[in-house]
Structures are given as structure tokens and as C-alpha cells.
Design a protein around this ligand. Structure first.
Ligand code: GLV
Length: 324
């Protein structure tokens, strides 16, 4: 259940809003963009809280465990990332304060680039040509048209929709899987558990963009992977704990899966001894598929602070019970 989406009363006496920004962000860029777009906003940088009782808003990525016990008058939490699992994992997170998910055009377009790059890499066999080059082996692979290639996207939120739209424009056969039906031009919408196996059976390149929630942790297990056709590819830019990593390794070793591009992992940084690092059919990036860009993201934060102060509804409030 989403609670407290409206401020109880508009802030008629115009108290100067105070926002806490966590230091490990690119603080200078955030502060500059915030000052430009909302000069009335006082920005404090954690851990220098000043008088903590003045802090109404917090812009956070991976807050320290006890942070919220220090902020008695916090009204709204802004997640720096699209996911809110880093907040849900914080033991002092209050359950009655709205969390606004990040919606940033820069974050979305970075994610679209990451997915497109990996889709094209697998679609055109570039991972195999890399391996052939290492073996000084000259051999042409069959060229498959985009129209003959089925891409399945799990998670059709703002990012998933942008990915789907671009892949449709490029001619791919695109279908998406989500909890609720989506109407997207050229995209077949598959819904819920009832349609999941059929979705997987028709997917050659699977793009996972799901958040980490009670419903998604461990979703990509041995049974799930078996539903994909032999030779399928997996791209995971959602969350690492969607995947049972041992089951994925097994599917790759058996040749059921041709290759995987992984940006996120159950444990980050990925431990040095993890078998993914040296697996010939796994490519790894260190959770960089896309990063929130302060200059394009600040608009979303200041718009919502303005709406909150005016007693208007916040946009993109996370549902803590659903976990996204
Ligand atoms: C990154 O992982 C994000 O949640 O935006």
C-alpha cells in the first residue's frame, strides 16, 4: 500500500526546504544542478547534517544503516537509482515516509544503450567472433535478420518500455513480460506467471530489467532457464539476485545457454574467485549499465519537492510492499 503521497497540508509559511545529499555521489555536480534549478533549496552533504531536525528531504544511494534515526522530521526520500532495494535494505528506513523512485532521461538512455549494445553483440555473433579471433580462427557465422530474432524483455517499466520501443524500431520481434498488461506498439505483452513459460519459450535473447523484490529474487533458476530455447542469450541489467548463479553457470556449461552479459550480481563487487570472472561465455561489467546523471535527474527531484510543498501528489512513489 502506498501511504502519504500527499503532504498533509501545503507549506504555506514557505519554510526553506532542506535536502540531504549523500556524499558518495558526484556531489559537486548534484549541488550545482540543484542550486541552479531550485535556488531556495538548502543542500547539506552527509555526514555534515547541521541541525538534523531541519532536514525534510533526503537524496540517497545506499544510506548508512542508522541514518534515518538521525532525521526526525524527514518528509520525503528520493532514491538516486531506479531501484529502491538499497533503501529497503536499510534497517532504520521508516515505513511511513514516501520514497520517490528515480526517473531520469539520462539513466534511461544509458540503459537503452547498454541493452542495445549487448543485443546487437549476441545477435550478430560478436561474442563468438571475439573467441574466434583469440584462436586465430577464420569462419563466417550465418547472418540472421532482426525480423527473425525474438527478444524478450522482463520488466516493462519506463526503462523496459524505452528499450522495447527502440528494438521494435530496429525490426526485432519484441515481446515483454510484466505483472500487468502493457500496450506498446509492436510489442506482444505477456502477463504474470500464467504466461511466463510461453514468453520464455519464444525468447532467443532475454533482457532482464526487473527490480529485486520478494517476487523476483531467485526467479531465474534452473527451471526458468530450461524454458528458454537451446542457444538462447541472457542479458541482466536488473538486479543480481534475480539469478541463481549456480543454475546459470550450469545452463552455460551444458550449452543450453549460449552466453550471458551480466552487469549486476548477488554480491557486489563480484568476488575475485567467482567463476563468472573466468567463464568464456560470460561478459561482466561492474554495475555500470547506466548511472543516474545529475544534470538530467535533478528536474525530477525539484519538481517533486515543489509538488510536495504545494500539497500536490508526488510522482513515481514506490510501493514498499511490492518493493519497487
Ligand atoms: C541502478 O542500479 C539503479 O537502480 O538505478
Amino acid at each position: 500500500m502506498i501511504t502519504h503521497v500527499f503532504r498533509s497540508e501545503p507549506n504555506m509559511n514557505q519554510v526553506k526546504p532542506v535536502l540531504l545529499v549523500k556524499r558518495d555521489l558526484d556531489v559537486a555536480t548534484w549541488v550545482q544542478a540543484l542550486n541552479q534549478q531550485m535556488p531556495a533549496l538548502e543542500v547539506r552533504i552527509w555526514p555534515e547534517l547541521g541541525d538534523p531536525s531541519e532536514i525534510q528531504f533526503a537524496l540517497l544511494w545506499m544510506p548508512p544503516p542508522e541514518l534515518f534515526t538521525q532525521l526526525p522530521n524527514l518528509e520525503v526520500i528520493f532514491s538516486v537509482g531506479a531501484g529502491i532495494d538499497h533503501l529497503v535494505a536499510c534497517p532504520s528506513l521508516p515505513r511511513n515516509i514516501p520514497i520517490v523512485r528515480m526517473v531520469d532521461p539520462g539513466l534511461t538512455s544509458g540503459m537503452v544503450e547498454y541493452v542495445l549494445y549487448n543485443v546487437l553483440r549476441f545477435h550478430r555473433g560478436m561474442d563468438r567472433y571475439d573467441a574466434q579471433q583469440r584462436a586465430a580462427h577464420w569462419s563466417a557465422l550465418p547472418q540472421i535478420s532482426a525480423e527473425a530474432r525474438a527478444i524478450g524483455i522482463m520488466g516493462l517499466g519506463i526503462i523496459g518500455q524505452a528499450v522495447a520501443e527502440l528494438l521494435v524500431t530496429m525490426g526485432f520481434k519484441v515481446h515483454g513480460w510484466s505483472q500487468t498488461p502493457k500496450v506498446l506498439k509492436g510489442v506482444k505483452s505477456c502477463v504474470g506467471e500464467a504466461e511466463r513459460d510461453a514468453f520464455l519459450q519464444n525468447t532467443e535473447i532475454l533482457v532482464a530489467l526487473l527490480p529485486s523484490t520478494v517476487a523476483t529474487v531467485g526467479l531465474i533458476d534452473a527451471r526458468f532457464l530450461t524454458q528458454l530455447p537451446r542457444g538462447a542469450f541472457l542479458i541482466n541489467a536488473g538486479r543480481g539476485d534475480l539469478i541463481r548463479e549456480g543454475d546459470l553457470l550450469d545452463a552455460l556449461d551444458r550449452g543450453h545457454l549460449a552466453a550471458a552479459a551480466l552487469d549486476v550480481f548477488s554480491q557486489e563487487p563480484l568476488p575475485v574467485g567467482h567463476p563468472f570472472w573466468r567463464h568464456p561465455r560470460v561478459s561482466i561489467t561492474p554495475h555500470v549499465a547506466s548511472t543516474t546523471q545529475a544534470d538530467t535527474a535533478v528536474g525530477h527531484v525539484v519538481t517533486n519537492i515543489g509538488r510536495w510543498q504545494a500539497g500536490q501528489p508526488l510522482g513515481h512513489v514506490a510501493d514498499l510492499e511490492q518493493g519497487y
